[in-house]
Design a protein around this ligand. Sequence first.
Ligand SMILES: Cc1cc2nc3c(=O)[nH]c(=O)nc-3n(C[C@H](O)[C@H](O)[C@H](O)COP(=O)(O)OP(=O)(O)OC[C@H]3O[C@@H](n4cnc5c(N)ncnc54)[C@H](O)[C@@H]3O)c2cc1C
Length: 309
Amino acid sequence: MLRNFLIRLSTSDSMRRFATDFGPVRRVVRRFIAGETIDDAVAAVKELNARGIKTLMNEVGESVTTQAGATQAAKAFHTLLQRIDDEGLDSHVTLKPSHVGMTFGRDFFYENVVDIVRAAQTYGNTLEIDIEASPDVQDTIDVYHRLLDTFGGGVRLAIQTYLHRTYADVQRITERGGSVRLVKGAYNESPDIAYQSKKEIDQATIQLMETILDALAEQSEITLILGSHDPKMIEWLIRETEARGIGKDRFEIQMLMGVRRDEQQRLAALGYQVRVYVPYGDAWYPYFMRRMAEYPANILLIGRAMLGK
Ligand SMILES: Cc1cc2nc3c(=O)[nH]c(=O)nc-3n(C[C@H](O)[C@H](O)[C@H](O)COP(=O)(O)OP(=O)(O)OC[C@H]3O[C@@H](n4cnc5c(N)ncnc54)[C@H](O)[C@@H]3O)c2cc1C
């Protein structure tokens, strides 16, 4: 219930203004968001890279309401790719479809994203695409298949394991040589289309990891990417890859900046590929609220900041 309430607050303007202006909240925000500028993000990435952790940079933004705004957002991703190259960072780039034009239809989104993929290829980098709430899922997957037609598996797509449809989506994408980032899913979805209990979502996540692990033997170009902080899911993946003799270079564990930082470091020190999602930019509010909703214990961090601890 608290999760649903916090997800609803992530679209509230008055809460956004409160969070932006209230010092203790802003201090907690800095744990999860690198800062408002690209320089802040570069500094955070350098620090992570120095500790053997790869990254995934995202200029936060979503539901952009004008075509000009979406085009401008797309340009910012070109700037980001160039900056990653200039600084020699070990970082992919990821974007949200509704940030770069999905609101105006999948063709408009495709045109914006295809240019970013070309730029990523020029720099020898990889673009990842986040997945948003269910009304955009089909269009995002369709665009991803168009990108696979042109670029093969050099682009990655996030896929939500809580959706009933996902097993079929993952099979089709994997058969075509695409790599997906399996995430449980961060939005409120109805029981008609999505599993609701943690038990069901965990089972679906394991089943999907199994499907991709089966495919790894035949498809040398795909990577299994687990985007999760859940110790059960991570332990399962490590155990299963060891049992199957699958090398650490064939899978990646992704986590969000500020979440389970010790575990990120521990896994990286053991030689696992760990990639941390580093968000930055001034439109941080909905992203931050979804992080609170996922793990309401994080609200205690705000309480502690208010008490000056
Ligand atoms: C790299 C990455 C990219 C993502 N991209 C997307 C996307 O494109 N679309 C989308 O819908 N969702 C995305 N998500 C969010 C995802 O869908 C989940 O909402 C989120 O990861 C929480 O699920 P979980 O698997 O981490 O574990 P949960 O099942 O939520 O939690 C299991 C356990 O993990 C630990 N844990 C989880 N979260 C926290 C936390 N915040 N702080 C401390 N411990 C925690 C706790 O021990 C908890 O009991 C992404 C997540 C990651 C890591």
